[in-house]
Write a protein that binds this ligand. Structure first.
Ligand SMILES: [Zn+2]
Length: 228
C-alpha cells in the first residue's frame, strides 16, 4: 500500500515507501515524471515523515522547478496573477483585460503568451513604480530610472545612483510580495548592502517582510516556469 502526504501550497505530493532495509529517510525525485517518493524505515512514525518532508520542501521545489516541464500559456489554461491562479479566456478588442476573475486575451491562439507578457509587463511597471515611490518617499530618498526586465538571478536591484530594476514576473506574486521587493530595493537607496543595519531599515518600513521574503524563496522558481 502506498501512503501519500502533501506538503505546502501549491501542494507537492510525496509517496511514502516503507522499507525493512531503510535505516534513514531518503527523498527521491523521479527524472521521468517529477514524482517524489520518501523512503522511510518500516516502522517510521508518519508525523516524523511529514516533518522530514516539510524540512525539505524548499529543496523539493527547487528541484521540481528545474526538472518539471515549463508551463505554457493558452486559452483555457491558467496563470498566476497577483498570487492567484487566473483562467485565460478569449477576449475581444486589442488588449488583454482582467475582469477581477479571468484574464481575457484577444487575438490568435499563438499570440496568447506575447499578449500576456505585454500586459504583465505593463501591470508590473505600474505596480512597482508606485510602490518604489511610496517607499522611497518614506525613506526621504529620490529615485532614478526604473526598468522592468526578465531576470533569473534576482527580483530587483538598485544602483548607487538610485536606478531600480525589477523582474516583471513579480506581477505573478501576491501584491504584498511585490510591495516587499519594492521596499527591499528602496532600502538599498540608503544601505547598499545586506548588513544588520540594512535589515533593520527594511523591518522599519515593512515589519512582516520575512513572510514575503520566504514566499519568494519558496515559490520564485514557479514564476520562472511560465513560458511567455
Ligand atoms: Zn538586496
Amino acid at each position: 500500500m502506498v501512503e501519500q502526504i502533501e506538503i505546502g501550497d501549491p501542494a507537492i505530493a510525496v509517496a511514502i515507501k516503507r522499507s525493512a532495509r531503510a535505516r534513514r529517510y531518503s527523498l527521491r525525485i523521479s527524472n521521468k515524471d517529477g514524482s517524489i517518493s520518501l523512503t522511510v524505515p518500516k516502522y517510521a512514525v508518519m508525523s516524523e515523515a511529514l516533518n522530514f518532508a516539510r524540512e525539505h520542501e524548499g529543496w523539493m521545489r527547487k528541484h521540481l522547478a528545474k526538472q518539471l516541464k515549463p508551463l505554457s500559456l493558452q486559452i483555457g489554461g491558467s496563470v498566476l496573477f497577483d498570487g492567484e491562479y487566473r483562467r485565460i479566456e478569449p477576449g475581444t478588442g486589442r488588449i488583454v483585460r482582467f475582469d477581477g476573475e479571468v484574464l481575457q486575451v484577444p487575438g490568435s491562439a499563438e499570440m496568447v503568451p506575447t499578449k500576456l507578457k505585454a500586459y504583465f509587463k505593463a501591470m508590473a511597471r505600474e505596480r512597482m513604480v508606485s510602490a518604489s515611490i511610496h517607499y522611497a518617499d518614506l525613506l526621504g530618498k529620490p529615485i532614478g530610472r526604473i526598468t522592468m526586465r526578465d531576470t533569473r538571478s534576482r527580483w530587483g536591484s538598485c544602483t548607487s545612483d538610485g536606478n531600480l530594476m525589477y523582474s516583471w514576473r513579480l506581477i505573478m506574486a501576491p501584491k504584498a510580495v511585490q510591495a516587499y521587493v519594492a521596499a527591499h530595493e528602496a532600502c538599498h537607496l540608503i544601505e547598499m548592502n545586506h548588513s544588520d543595519a540594512y535589515w533593520a531599515l527594511v523591518a522599519n518600513v515593512f515589519p512582516d517582510y520575512k513572510t514575503h521574503r520566504s514566499w519568494l524563496k519558496k515559490n520564485g522558481s514557479l514564476l520562472h516556469r511560465y513560458m511567455f
